[in-house]
Write a protein that binds this ligand. Structure first.
Ligand code: SF4
Length: 449
């Protein structure tokens, strides 16, 4: 598809060109699906687990009070003591099984515990999981390898849990604020966190973590510029080490928005909201390349976790433990079982990395994913792509890069392509330049259907 056709499609179907690649999971399901048996064969082959010299670890803890309507993560809203302890048992067992499969001298570039809300686990269960992670954390060369996500509710009400986390080696905590505006919280079914943000932050800081991140979302249904300014003002006044500003996603079946009929803002509105964040945060002491959604108080840091950096910027392999967690090694990408009983049974049966939803991706598809991730940091680093793929992106994407430069959306500087100031609202068009032709055909066919 020509550059002109790509850009026209991106303008017409802007919401198919989000940070999440592919444009819909069905596209990969139709074309690149493989079987759990293929993944198991691959994992036990030379190029599989025994060949890994470095990887990231992700532990998924699916428990949440309620489902926020913009969220499509695998979550479980039940609250039951035996469920929590059984889940912690299986996670620990999975770590033990994995230890027998990867080389004992392999390195772990970062470990994230995400969810869900990992800190909804009772203190004793979370403590058991963190103790089991001790030897994995010790394999890391990163300054701050272990990061845990939390929500305002547990952080504001259970300070002792956070002291325990710090004492067991958690380096970084990421607190999901998303918004402090009551009507927006209500609109996205997130009332449980109202008014708790400041206490939550104070408790996390008091526990002594060396890095604390706060997450915000922009582009929520009906969110205006003044509400967004209010959120930015509140979180920056707390002076967290970093602030992540996610653009709200609407597409896909898993999100509650599909039922409420909430419509995404236009790209121009996302652009205005991002410009506001960039100008407000950078004039209040935060650093980020233009286009990055991650802002850091510490110059030279991206503000994100070691796990995310390794995975999203360096394209390194990652292994996901827990319910419906994703893993990727080379072109194999897979998700563990989505049902709790299936995942638990598989782990209890001795499977270190049970797979359910599996793909064998051509390199061009993997590369498209990687480029979109990298653009969320505001740049494409030629050397990092060369390291990850063994060749540079420049020859393969010369047309896309020239087109983006010609439009003034990307500029070239010191081995990087940087997003140019003001170009955030053109992200759907920029992303379309890097989509594979198969993905573009898929987007086009959905339009016709
Ligand atoms: S956004 Fe966070 S708190 Fe809300 S449902 Fe998703 S994982 Fe749970």
């Amino acid at each position: 598809m020509s550059v002109i056709q790509r850009l026209a499609l991106a303008r017409e179907k802007a919401h198919a060109f989000t940070i999440q690649y592919p444009p819909a999971r069905e596209y990969f399901q139709e074309r690149f699906r493989t079987t759990p048996a293929d993944i198991a064969d691959f994992l036990s082959s030379k190029g599989g687990l025994s060949g890994l010299s470095e990887f990231g670890l992700y532990l998924h803890v699916p428990f949440c009070r309620a489902r926020c309507l913009y969220c499509n993560f695998p979550i479980d809203t039940r609250r039951d003591t035996s469920l929590f302890s059984g889940y912690a048992d299986s996670l620990i067992q999975q770590l033990q099984l994995l230890a027998h499969c990867v080389p004992s001298d392999s390195k772990v570039y970062g470990i994230d515990i995400g969810g869900g809300t990992p800190t909804l686990l009772p203190e004793a269960e979370l403590e058991r999981v963190l103790k089991a992670l001790g030897s994995w954390r010790a394999r890391s060369k990163a300054k701050r390898p272990l990061s845990v996500e939390t929500g305002p509710e547990s952080a504001s009400r259970e300070p002792a849990k956070f002291s325990m986390m710090r004492s067991l080696g958690v380096d970084r905590v990421s607190l999901g604020v998303q918004t402090a505006e009551s009507d927006l919280l209500q609109r996205v079914n997130r009332m449980q966190q109202r008014l708790e943000v400041e206490t939550a932050f104070k408790n996390i800081k008091a526990a002594g973590f060396s890095r604390v991140n706060l997450d915000l979302i922009f582009g929520l249904p009906g969110q205006g510029l003044s509400q967004w300014r209010g959120d930015l003002k509140l979180v920056s006044s707390l002076r967290p080490d970093s602030i992540t500003t996610y653009d709200c996603l609407y597409r896909g079946k898993g999100r509650g928005f599909a039922m409420t009929g909430a419509k995404p803002p236009l790209p121009s509105m996302y652009g205005k909201l991002y410009e506001e964040a960039y100008s407000f945060l950078t004039s209040n002491g935060y650093h980020a390349p233009y286009g990055s959604v991650n802002f850091s108080l510490h110059r030279g840091e991206t503000g994100t976790s070691a796990y995310f950096e390794g995975r999203l910027l360096d394209g390194l392999p990652y292994l996901g433990l827990g319910l419906y967690a994703s893993s990727m090694i080379g072109c194999r990408w897979w998700f563990s079982p989505s049902q709790l009983r299936d995942w638990t049974r598989a782990v209890q049966g001795g499977e270190a990395l049970p797979a359910e939803d599996c793909y064998a991706l051509p390199e061009e598809e993997r590369l498209a994913k990687q480029i979109l991730w990298s653009l969320s940091f505001g740049f494409l680093d030629l050397e990092r792509f060369r390291e990850a793929f063994g060749w540079g992106i420049k020859p393969r994407f010369s047309q896309a890069l020239e087109a983006a430069q010609g439009k003034g959306w990307l500029t070239r500087k010191a081995g990087r392509y940087l997003m140019a100031p003001g170009s955030f609202r053109h992200l759907p068009e920029i992303r379309s330049l890097f989509y594979t032709s198969g993905a573009l055909d898929w987007v086009r066919s959905v339009r016709r259907g």
